[in-house]
Write a protein that binds this ligand. Structure first.
Ligand code: FPP
Length: 230
């Protein structure tokens, strides 16, 4: 059974997880960070090379200030606590999105983390921050226009934040929502989508394996005729 090369995850349901326990939303995000740590471990154990997670969307800037600062603080905590181990394990970190909008200290931390791990070859964690796919597409189009480069698929893909990263084979969204919510619109043209009712803070190896089993059952045709066709 061949593992997908790249899994993307929309980590949804932190707020509902907290609400169901009468806890502050920040606790849901905190448990969400724990779910990310275990999922990254499980993903790597299964031989998946790339994991991309939607950690903060461009639309998340519209949330109350307190929640935004909780999420920024979690990011700082995550990098402070995990970076050394990720680097030791050979994991490369990449960040995509409109990073200029992030607080200066967070920007500095993520730039340093990306630089430190840039040459690592045992898997890549791509963290989407202040990310919106439509905005990314517009940025890419602007870049190409500025360069005067030809508008073709290859140049366009290379102008996106995800330049050099293969498209996701599998996208998982937790918490029962079945939308893409402005995530990786260009890159998911041929991606298989798996939706699970599990709330992100509860997500773990079992849910990952269920998603992988569903992925294995799908026949990927990229618009061509499948083996079942007459
Ligand atoms: C969606 O849940 C989740 C987010 C907006 C944030 C995701 C962030 C984490 C999992 C924290 C860890 C990440 C890093 C990189 C440290 P929601 O709040 O929209 O949930 P709801 O729809 O139930 O309200």
């Amino acid at each position: 059974m061949k593992a997908p090369c790249h899994i993307a995850i929309i980590m949804d349901g932190n707020g509902r997880w907290a609400k169901a326990r009468a806890l502050p939303r920040a606790m849901g995000h905190r448990q969400g960070m724990e779910a990310l740590k275990r999922t990254l471990r499980a993903v790597r154990e299964r031989g998946v090379e790339y994991l991309t997670v939607y950690a903060f969307s461009a639309e998340n800037w519209d949330r109350p200030e307190e929640e935004i600062s909780d999420l920024m603080e979690l990011l700082r905590i995550y990098i402070r606590a995990e970076l050394a181990e990720l680097h030791r394990d050979g994991v490369r970190l990449r960040f995509i999105g409109d990073l200029a909008r992030l607080p200066a200290d967070v920007r500095k931390m993520i730039n340093e983390a990306a630089e430190l791990t840039a040459q690592n070859t045992s898997g890549t964690l791509v963290v989407a921050l202040s990310y919106g796919a439509r905005q990314e597409i517009i940025r890419a189009a602007r870049r190409l226009a500025e360069q005067g480069a030809a508008m073709n698929e290859e140049n366009f893909a290379a102008a996106l934040d995800t330049a050099g990263i293969p498209d996701p084979d599998l996208l998982i969204r937790t918490s029962g929502e079945m939308r893409l919510s402005n995530f990786l619109l260009w890159q998911t043209a041929y991606t298989e989508f798996v939706f699970t009712d599990t709330l992100w803070p509860d997500f773990g190896a079992k849910d990952l394996d269920a998603a992988l089993a569903e992925f294995q059952q799908r026949e990927r045709r990229y618009g061509k005729r499948g083996t079942m066709a007459q």
